[in-house]
Design a protein around this ligand. Sequence first.
Ligand SMILES: Cc1ncc(COP(=O)(O)O)c(C=O)c1O
Length: 458
Amino acid sequence: MLAEQRSNSEIIAAYRARTPASERLANEARNYFPTGITHDSRYLLPYGLYVERAAGAHKWDVDGNEYVDYFGGHGALLLGHNHPQVVAAISQALAKGTHFGASHPLELEWAKLIQRLMPSAERIRFTASGTEATHMALRLARAFTGRTKLVRFKGHFHGWHDHMTSGYSSHFDGSPTPGVLASIAREVVLLPANDVAALRDCLARDRDIAAVFIEPTGASFGRLPVDPAFLAALREETAKHGVVLVFDEVITGFRVAPGGAQQAFGIRPDLTTMAKIIAGGLPGGAVAGRRDILERLDFEVAKASGKEKIAHQGTFNANPVSAAAGIAALSLIGTGEPARKANEAAASLRAKLNEVLAVERLPWAVYGTFSAFHIFLNPKRRAVDPLKFDALACDMDELKNSPPTVLQKLRLAMMVNGVDLSGWPGGMMSAAHSAQDLEATVTAFRKAVRMLRQEGEV
Ligand SMILES: Cc1ncc(COP(=O)(O)O)c(C=O)c1O
């Protein structure tokens, strides 16, 4: 048994008492999966929840406990779980077949919607995930520019393929993470976000940069926020040096606005990577952008230009069931109403949670933009006024490194009180969260803070 599991914490005891069926399954899972989990963000001690079903903004675990859900399918579910129009579209598509091994009308309809909503999407290539989309974006940028390196910003996440691992949660010096070749890690230049001088210097000095990738609202949907003025400078500098600018809109796409961060900030990248919301809650992704860049995938353009095309396969590219879900979801999202609702609800929740902190006199803060909320756990225990907190003024380590035991107990205490936070900690709001859900979250937060205080954690 792990040390944390032997703890005499009342929070952990309460969690265990409510979730015995999850504990049984978690113990069994260790016989099959490394640490018993199938995604790193599901790692939680003493064990994570096993969920049986979900609807709207809620989910139910295998012990029958109900939660207000802020994971939102890792951000894929702007409309909440099981939106009836999305479910109906999936059912209809399923009845017709799950894979035709051929082009199909739905992929066209799906692409038309994406092109209508996403300003930069002159051409589109579907993939099966966001990781695949950023992988292809990198290859396109290299083939298009004839250059080798990519610039990424420290803490930003672009999936788990070899070029994207150092400098996300570790290896900020750019050294390779386990299993990644040093020769690949050397092709990645890691820069601090929001530092225009460092960016200018890098692009002026190094003529071998093919692409710059960025999460446009900041790492982890704004946990480490990006200043919109930096995005504008980034657009200007990359254009000046012929570097391909890639907005990774896997989270922000269709969420912050129907046309993603590029619409919200009025900045057009050369390439955009998308996943999550694009496929309505099913697996799917895409890389989209300038026609002349996407044409590196075109058989006929390759033949006419004498340049070898980029090969691209993928069994589940533009899968018809994902396409049906994507069309249903994006048709609803295209009105702008879901993003507006989720953004407003998140702003309201951030304000209410900060009021709790102010009343409880706890120097934490809840911050974020659009439909995100991030809870700052103040690892350096400095004086903080939650009502005046400015995340842009904080350093990256402070924002990223929550004290592990406090973070663990906060999440467990919130679950004991019926709320499932994401591990940032914080969450993503959907259009399905109601005023009652927000009130329940505020009550749970107040109780959780008091439970933590009782255990001497804060
Ligand atoms: C910004 C960003 N890019 C890329 C990815 C990878 O997407 P996927 O998990 O579909 O491979 C994620 C996943 O969370 C993401 O948040």
